[in-house]
Design a protein around this ligand. Structure first.
Ligand code: G3I
Length: 438
């Protein structure tokens, strides 16, 4: 049978073709039921390989409940030609095709990747990502337009108070303009809040703040909106998931930032909650849901943008890691997915073979026993782990509302449990907002 050209498919058509991928390609797909396994009797000891492709994929289960699922990808690793001819043997490429309906570049769209010099752009890898996504009927998130990290080495020597505004706005015009109409959402501003810097507005003392002032946030959103009116412009941040004092305070400052932008008519359409969680806890709770509902009240969507589960403090063998990681995915998604404004879940990678947690030698990444972390749905051999099934089951249950009593209550400042665990944050200086009836 000849292999038809995939061309650019719409998402429904791609889903139909992806459902038959294992058969159409005729190659063994890790975790896919192989067509030939039906013909040959299995040896008595061999259990059939569980199917995780097509209708059994994370992509299909998410789409079934109106969610998007995807993950951070490294475009350099994608076998474009193999995807085009539906013949790739590469397990990474196959996992990206089968499991994601939305992609985000792990690094390829950051300033340091796109801006080799102050006057030139290199779109090679970013273009590849968009081409791949178009071929496979996938959406793309843009990450990111304005961040204090991963600025190119020339930036510190070149950027001044006089030219910083032009540098930022021209970068956004060129990058967001290039991909206009092809981006589901752009992280217009990333990680701008940092309470330890001690500012009343919670903003981080970043190069952008130093060179432009606090208005850089609004400037980034407004410029992105003009360059790509169709993308949902997102504020993306980490350490806003838990009900610890530090994360409660940071989440409150993020909420106030969003309220300020919203009140001033700045086109913020979504908040990204990165969700880099720890296997050893503590678990997120009512504070996070209160935040998500505050955003819903402003018509703002929420995306889980970078989820993974760090096991650096968890003792035990890989089985213990896998069970703990799956438990965190299960509980976290059961907590947030019933909220109707939560529209997408992205993990920070798909396989333990490629994760920033195994690339870092920082104390917060390295396990005491020296073993590698296992934070993602697939293992290093691209086989599904307990986390994969926990995510898939959570998607199936996604739109069932959670009873208030099911969620851990946030501690109140006086130590007594609050009567309404979803009451708005009591953040000093924050305008009071009546909770929306649900
Ligand atoms: O590409 C260079 C390579 O040429 C060089 O030889 C090598 C030497 O260190 O570095 C390579 O660049 C690294 C890059 O990842 C690509 O692997 C950088 O040093 C390294 O800092 C960079 O780390 C990335 C980090 O963001 C900083 O940009 C991680 O891969 C990426 O997972 C991480 O992602 C962030 C999100 O963007 C924002 N939220 C937090 C998340 C995790 O930190």
């Amino acid at each position: 049978m000849g292999t038809p050209e995939l061309g650019i498919l719409n998402r429904r058509e791609f889903a139909r073709r992806a459902a038959s991928l294992g058969i159409a390609v005729g190659l063994p797909v890790p975790g896919f039921a192989s067509p030939s396994s039906k013909k040959k009797p299995l040896p008595p000891s061999a259990a059939p390989m569980p199917s995780i492709g097509g209708a059994d994929s994370l992509r299909a289960h998410a789409e079934g409940v109106g969610l998007h699922f995807g993950f951070a990808v490294v475009p350099e690793l994608l076998d474009m030609e193999g995807a085009r001819t539906q013949s790739t043997n590469d397990p990474y490429t196959r996992a990206v095709i089968a499991q994601a309906d939305i992609l985000v570049a792990e690094n390829a769209m950051k300033w340091s990747s796109l801006r080799p010099t102050s006057t030139t752009f290199d779109f090679t890898q970013a273009d590849k990502l968009f081409d791949f996504a178009a071929l496979c009927g996938q959406l793309v998130r843009g990450h990111n337009l304005c961040w204090h990290e991963q600025l190119p080495s020339w930036f510190a020597k070149t950027a001044t108070r006089e030219n910083a505004q032009a540098l930022l706005t021209q970068h956004i015009q060129i990058v967001a303009g290039r991909y206009a109409g092809r981006v589901q959402s752009w992280d217009a501003v990333n990680e701008a809040v940092h309470i330890p810097d001690g500012r009343a507005d919670g903003l981080r003392k970043s190069p952008w703040l130093d060179l432009i002032g606090p208005e850089y946030v609004e400037m980034a959103f407004a410029t992105a909106a003009l360059a790509d009116p169709q993308a949902k412009l997102t504020y993306n941040d980490y350490d806003i998931e838990l009900d610890t004092p530090e994360q409660t305070a940071k989440r409150g400052q993020v909420l106030m930032l969003v309220r300020r932008l919203h009140a001033r008519g700045v086109p913020i359409g979504a908040v990204g909650i990165q969700s880099h969680l720890q296997a050893t806890g503590p678990a997120p709770g009512a504070g996070l849901i209160g935040f998500v509902r505050e955003l819903a009240g402003m018509g703002i969507e929420v995306y889980v943008t970078e989820m993974d589960v760090n096991t650096h403090l968890l003792p035990g063998a890989s089985e213990a890691q896998d069970a703990a990681v799956a438990e965190v995915y299960r509980n976290y998604l059961a907590l947030v997915l019933p909220e109707p404004n939560v529209k997408a879940v992205l993990t920070w990678g798909i396989s333990d073979a490629h994760t920033w947690l195994n690339e870092s030698s920082q104390p917060w990444a390295v396990r005491a026993d020296g073993s590698r972390q296992r934070p993602l749905p697939l293992d290093e051999g691209y086989q599904p782990k307990a986390a994969f099934y926990a995510i898939r089951t959570a998607f199936d249950a996604a739109r069932q509302p959670v009873a208030i009593g099911d969620i851990t209550k946030s501690p109140s400042p006086d130590g007594k449990a609050t009567a309404d665990p979803f009451a708005p944050f009591a953040v000093p200086g924050s305008p009071s907002v009546e909770p929306k009836p649900r």
